[in-house]
Design a protein around this ligand. Sequence first.
Ligand code: HEC
Length: 55
Amino acid sequence: MTHLKLTNIYASRCKACHGADGLGKWLDDQGYIFPPLVDEDLFSDAGKLLGSASQ
Ligand code: HEC
């Protein structure tokens, strides 16, 4: 447990709420109940966080 990949941390600690793709959870009547961690401006940062960067 001395070294964990960030993606493993995300999958185990964050994905349930923020979603596997980091897009959060949207309800039409409530808006985001869990905010997205990615948007167009933050895509490259989110890619690093999720380990799915396209570059
Ligand atoms: C139990 C559900 C839950 C888990 C698990 C969770 N979050 Fe969140 N997260 C939320 C909610 C709800 C908010 C919105 C809080 C608010 O608006 O006050 C939030 C907000 C955020 C924000 C701010 C987003 C913004 O646009 O303001 C970031 C960044 C974030 N979380 C990252 C993470 C990371 C990284 C992890 C894993 C280490 C994680 N969260 C785990 C529910 C969760």
